[in-house]
Design a protein around this ligand. Structure first.
Ligand code: ME8
Length: 519
């Protein structure tokens, strides 16, 4: 079996309801997954929940709930959220599942047997909020710690540590030699800078049960549970193992599907993550994989963070964007479109309600929606909805855009792909103005010319539906319906010019993005 294109997202902490940042990341991954499928690849798209650790335990206890019962309740909301966003994930991992926990324990056993761990007493500072040991370097000049660390306590305890020293050099070389391993480039430079300027401290991979019980038991010491990050990162291989992935199973000897029946997933093609968890993915995760004898993922794609109205989103101040409310009011495609069109993958972004409305109105309602509606309404009115003889006046421009969008999608340049499709619509709108079908329709001597124009417009509508499909799955399905075409516009190869057959009867045009009253 040939290897599938394997794409993952970060798995979210279930210590609250999903917000804009979570939604954005999952939509990025979904669009890449859909685009790859459209380009003919087998795809496995994984997302899910990170259910262990201090943050989740604290939130559950604050609500007087047992952590597992609390997670079960919230997991239902998060899974419904994934459907609301239109995600086409092939599996959904919860780190409390047996299939995940058993692989984490196997990995711990393996790494210990290979001599990667040792036990020692730690004395120093610890951030409860981030579940991280802090060093003198983390102190501010006045000796205190940045408030972002939350409550910092002094700690003296025995723990298991992962030796990282021997890994620093090869990792630095690997990142230098593989320019696409961490994208965008400035994030790669950030990791290289960190590796060049400091010596990696050994990573503590255990927490004593006496302090934190909500975790996966360390198989070789019942007094400890697994550090939440060692647990969470392993989801990227535990789910392939559960699907019988041969590479993972051969490395860790995990049980799973019968040999030969397994999916071929690992190594992941893309891990989509936010900028705050870069070190875990670009430093600890590659080292864990190397220690387990597994190949590294091909790419870590790092997105920026959203603010709202220029301020950090915060539940306490109420400065949040509720994706569900936006989707209920404007539709899922409008939401998917805005977040990807507004913010390229990399920099930070700023949500404003006005900005959202402006793009909806100019680019979806008056841009895409109006172009499709004008084109199909004219075909319906002037030719009873029957596609005329083929013509290729817009063929060159359209084909150029198709190739441009293909290359951009293959590089996960989603914002640029949207810009390219939008430019095609602008040119097609100009073509309508220039060729003036509404005037041609009044002159019977121009019937042939009108046929040409109508064919070019209908065919452009069809191609536009295919190009937009990964981004706007509902809308493009409706464009296909209005074009009277069966199936979904989900195959890129169909974007070749001239596939619309003369004599084909289209369906009924209807507005795709109704204009809303100004509030
Ligand atoms: O970090 N804008 O979970 P998490 C954009 N469980 N992205 C944002 C964001 C914002 N305002 N806020 C959060 C965790 N994110 C771990 C991950 S992976 C093995 C374990 C992104 O719920 C954040 O950058 O805190 C991360 O990629 C994802 O949401 C989950 O964050």
């Amino acid at each position: 079996m040939s290897k599938a294109f394997y794409i993952t997202t970060a798995i979210d902490y279930v210590n609250g309801q999903p917000h804009l940042g979570h939604a954005y990341e999952k939509i990025i991954a979904d669009v890449i997954a859909r685009a790859r499928r459209s380009l003919g690849q087998d795809v496995f798209f994984l997302t899910g929940l990170d259910e262990h650790g201090q943050k989740v335990q604290q939130t559950a206890l604050a609500q007087n709930k047992n952590p597992k019962a609390y997670c079960d309740e919230l997991a239902a909301d998060w899974m419904a959220f994934a459907r609301k966003l239109g995600l086409t994930n092939n599996d959904f991992v919860r780190t409390t599942e047996g299939r995940h926990q058993s692989v984490v324990q196997t990995c711990l056993e393996r790494a210990r047997a290979a001599g990667h761990f040792y036990k020692r007493t730690y004395t120093g500072f610890y951030s409860l909020k981030e579940e991280t040991f802090l060093t003198a370097k983390d102190r501010l000049p006045d000796g205190t710690f940045d408030p972002s660390w939350g409550e910092v306590i002094e700690l003296k305890e025995e723990d298991y540590f992962f030796r990282l020293g021997e890994h620093q050099q090869w990792l630095m070389d690997y990142i230098s030699q593989n320019p696409h391993f961490i994208m965008p480039e400035y994030r790669r430079n950030e990791v290289l800078g960190l590796l060049k300027s400091s010596v990696l401290e050994d990573l503590c991979i255990s927490r004593p049960v006496s302090r934190l019980s909500w975790g996966i038991p360390i198989p070789f010491d019942p007094e400890y549970v697994t550090y939440v990050w060692f647990d969470a990162l392993v989801n990227y291989i535990s789910i392939p193992a559960a699907h019988g992935d041969r590479t993972v199973r051969a490395a860790i000897g995990a049980n799973g599907a019968a040999p030969g029946s397994g999916a071929a997933l690992w190594p992941a093609d893309v891990h989509v993550i936010g900028k705050d968890i870069l070190k875990f993915h670009a430093v600890y995760w590659p080292i864990m994989l190397k220690a387990l004898g597994l190949p590294l993922p091909k790419q870590i794609l790092v997105h920026g963070w959203w603010q709202k109205d220029g301020q950090r989103m915060s539940k306490t101040t109420g400065n949040v964007v509720d994706p569900i409310a936006v989707i209920d009011e404007w539709g899922v495609d409008a939401f998917r479109y805005y977040v990807l069109r507004e913010l390229d993958i990399g920099p930070d972004g700023n949500w404003t309600d006005d900005g959202f409305r402006a793009r909806y109105s100019a680019e979806l309602a008056k841009g895409l929606g109006n172009f499709i509606n004008r084109s199909l309404t004219m075909l319906k009115r002037y030719r009873n909805g029957v596609v005329p003889a083929k013509s290729d006046e817009l063929s060159d421009q359209t084909t150029k855009t198709v190739e441009e969008v293909r290359a951009l999608l293959e590089n996960s340049q989603l914002q640029a792909a949207l810009v390219a499709i939008q430019a095609l619509i602008t040119r097609a709108d100009q073509y309508i103005e220039k060729s003036a079908p509404f005037k041609l329709a009044k002159d019977p001597a121009q019937a042939k010319r009108l046929d040409e124009v109508l064919y070019n417009l209908a065919e452009t509508c069809r191609v536009v539906a295919i190009l937009y499909h990964p981004f706007l799955p509902d809308t493009t399905g409706r464009i296909y319906e209005q074009l009277g075409l069966a199936g979904k516009p989900d195959r890129f190869s169909e974007a070749a010019w001239g596939k619309m057959e003369p004599g084909h009867q289209i369906g009924n045009p209807a507005p795709l993005f109704p204009l809303k009253e100004e509030k």
